[in-house]
Every structure is written in C-alpha cells, then in structure tokens.
Design a protein around this ligand. Structure first.
Ligand SMILES: Cc1ncc(COP(=O)(O)O)c(C=O)c1O
Length: 407
C-alpha cells in the first residue's frame, strides 16, 4: 500500500456493518454489575436453565476418552443422524444425514455461512424488520443488498404478502424468515408461508428459514417449517441449533438442513472458517440429546417458558400505558411504550439506570421500532416478578411526574 495509507483501517466490508445495540446494552449491564449493582436482565436471549445433565455427562466422558481431535467437516456422524431424526420429527421433512445436514459452531455461523455461500455482489435479499440483527449485516458483508420490509404492529407483525410481491425484482435471490420470531414472537400463519413458497417458485429465489425457536410455541399456535411445503426442500435452507431449546448458548452448536447441492456449497465456507465444530461437544450432544432424562428436562423448560409468558402478559395487562402483540412463540415480547411519552430507547435507558432492569430498545432490532422495548422472558418467575414490580413503580413515577410527556 502507499506509504500514507492507514493499514489499520477496516475493509469496506466491515465498515458497512453496525455493532449490535443488544451487545451495547449487555455491556452496560456488565459494567453496572461490576459496580456492585443488582441488575435483573430481561435483555439477553438466553434460557436461564442448565444444559440437560445427560448432555453434560456425555461430553465430560468424551473429553476423558480423548475425543479431542478433528472430526468430519460435515459433523460427527452420529450427531448428524440424530439431527436428521429431530428435523424429521419437527418438520416432517426427511434429510439425508450423510449429504443434507451440516453441523456448525452455532446458529450464527449457520446463518453467516449460508448467506456467504448464496449471495453475490448486488444480489437482493428480502428481510423483515424487526429481526435478529445478523441477517442484514451478513447480507451487507456478502456484498448483497438487504431489501427490508417493515412489519407493522397493526398487522400483528405478520408478513404482508402483497408487499413482498411489490419488492421482488430480477435480482431477488433470497428471502429470510425467522419462524417463530425473535423479537416479535410471531409464529407465521401456514397460509402466509404457503404464499411465500409460491412466490419462491414463481420468481425463483431461495427461502432461508431460521427455525431456532421451533419447539417454543404456545397456546393454539402451530409451527410449520418452510421445508414442509411441497417442493420447498430444494428451494430452502433451514437454520437451527441447540442454544435456545436445549439451554446451550455457550456451547456454540448449530446446524443446517438443505439439499445436497446447497450443503456442499455451504460446507466450503464452513471448512475454511471453523474446519469442524468441537468433536467432544458433538459426541456429547449426540449421546445425550434424546435420552428420556433430556426429554423430561426439555419438557420442564418449555412448560416453564409457557408459565412465565402467561404471568408476564397478565402483569403487562395491568399497566395501562403499555401495550403489546401477544407472542405465540420464542421467548420475547415487543412492548409498545409510546403512551408513556418516552421513546423505547429512553425508556430502556431509564429503566436500567433507575430501576436496574435491563430490556432492549426496539430500535436495536428494527429502525421503525422506536416506540418499543423487547422483553425476554427466559428468566425465572421470581426475577420476572421483581422486574415487573420495578417496571410498575417506574410507570407510577412517570405518572406522578408533572412533566410527564417528557417524563
Ligand atoms: C433468531 C435467531 N437465530 C439465530 C440465533 C443464534 O443462535 P446461536 O448462535 O446461539 O446458535 C439467535 C440468537 O439469539 C436468534 O435469536
């Protein structure tokens, strides 16, 4: 490079990427905790449960038995077999464990590698907002163009198929959905999914479906995988993982199910990023993921999420100035705080600094979500109760404030 060039300058690829506001909140929470503050965090998307015991024990065993070497790039054979069985159970779609399943080091890696292997410079990808932040940033890193469709609270954060139609162009190569959804809790209506599939066939684009929360559905909601629609196995990539439904966020283990040709392309990126996911983790998960004890522990966890959700909704219903769309899946709720006179950003900031309750400002998940905060209910009932007491107090103080509109 020329002598006056700043060699520490980031690439254009990186400068297009925005740091996640979620991380900013989590860092502030850490700072306050270090200062000795007792913070109730309703911010992170991580179950407070322990990883199922059989998975932990089998992993410790795998280390003791020295399974500490590389394994297949595609993932440990037995784990791929178990993932194919799990996927069949959850989606009704049969994937070949030898050629159509790829184990990754997290759902995040699965998303990254999928996008990198499909999107070329200038390709358009339709995304919905609000959303998990990785999709937009990875499309940008890949040189693609994110085409963002804002979901409306008035439409219960459902997808408006007519709007999707109006945003499709000759360059549309991908559409990304996240079902059940972080942060809205929407479990997409099968009729809408069917229409998206028809558009995928008509306009020839791939649907990437992030189904990380597939097991977390409540009330009468029914989860349906995009791959289950006729002809869609060959036109979709399914992202899933162990973080959320097995309480394994720190393990960094995810997977992809797709047709052989797409898996082979994604494998090339995976091979040069992580080589393979840690062998002993894969063995431990393969041994422990479907034992009777694990099934029981997962069932208890899901039941607890359902209880926490009901409790949260019931408490929020008593707070006049807050409103929400009932979440049918995952463990988040988007709460509209506009009737307090505060933006979601200010509301979240004050709630953290004054009441020591951490939530995520909606704008961190979607530019149009200034009026919202995201609450995660992946925390114990006791903590949820204490946080909601604080929230109630905060709202009462706002009410008493003579400058209420500015609060
Ligand atoms: C929708 C969604 N997809 C993927 C992930 C990534 O999960 P992990 O990388 O922990 O497997 C998350 C995590 O919050 C998520 O909410």
């Amino acid at each position: 490079m020329k002598i006056d060039y700043d060699i520490t300058k980031d690439s254009n690829r990186v400068s297009n990427v925005v740091p996640s506001l979620i991380r900013t909140v989590l860092n502030r929470v850490d700072e306050l905790k270090k200062q000795g503050q007792d913070i109730i965090a309703l911010s992170a998307g991580e179950p407070d449960f322990n990883t199922p015991s059989d998975i932990k024990e089998a992993t410790i065993r795998a280390i003791s038995q020295n399974h500490t070497h590389y394994c297949s790039n595609r993932g440990y054979d037995k784990l791929r077999m178990k993932i194919a069985e799990k996927t069949l159970e959850e989606t009704g779609v049969l994937y070949d464990d030898q050629t159509e399943i790829l184990v990754t080091s997290s759902g995040a890696e699965a998303i990254n590698n999928t996008i990198l292997s499909i999107i070329d410079e200038g390709d358009e990808a339709i995304l919905f907002s609000p959303a998990f932040v990785n999709y937009e940033n990875m499309i940008k890193i890949s040189g693609g163009v994110p085409v963002i469709i804002d979901l409306s609270r008035d439409n219960s954060f459902e997808i408006d198929v007519e709007e999707v139609k109006s945003r499709i162009t000759d360059r549309t190569k991908m559409l990304v959905i996240n079902n059940p959804n972080n942060p809205t809790g929407t479990v997409y209506d099968p009729l809408i999914l069917k229409q998206l599939c028809e558009l995928s066939v008509k306009h020839n684009f791939i649907i990437v479906s992030d189904e990380m929360y597939s097991r977390l559905v409540y009330d009468d909601a029914v989860f349906m995988s995009i791959a289950a629609f006729p002809g869609m196995k060959e036109r979709s990539v399914i992202i899933n993982g162990f973080s959320k439904t097995y309480a394994m966020t720190g393990w960094r283990l995810g997977y992809i199910a797709a047709c052989e040709k797409m898996i082979n392309a994604i494998l090339k990126i995976h091979q040069y990023s992580t080589t393979c996911s840690p062998t002993f983790l894969q063995i431990g998960v393969a041994e422990g993921m479907d034992t009777e004890l694990t099934k029981k522990e997962i069932k208890v966890m899901i039941e607890q999420f359902a209880k926490r959700r009901s409790y949260l909704l019931q408490r929020l219903d008593q707070m006049d100035r807050l409103s929400y769309v009932v979440p049918k899946g995952a463990f988040y709720i988007m709460v509209d705080v506009s009737r307090t006179g505060l933006s979601g950003m200010d509301f979240a900031g004050k709630l953290l600094e004054e009441k020591h309750v951490a939530v995520i400002p909606g704008v961190g998940l979607g530019k149009r979500c200034q009026d919202f905060i995201r609450i995660s209910f992946a925390t114990s009932l006791e903590k949820l109760e204490a946080a909601l007491d604080e929230l109630g107090e905060f709202l009462e103080e706002c009410d008493k404030n003579p400058n209420f509109e500015q609060c």
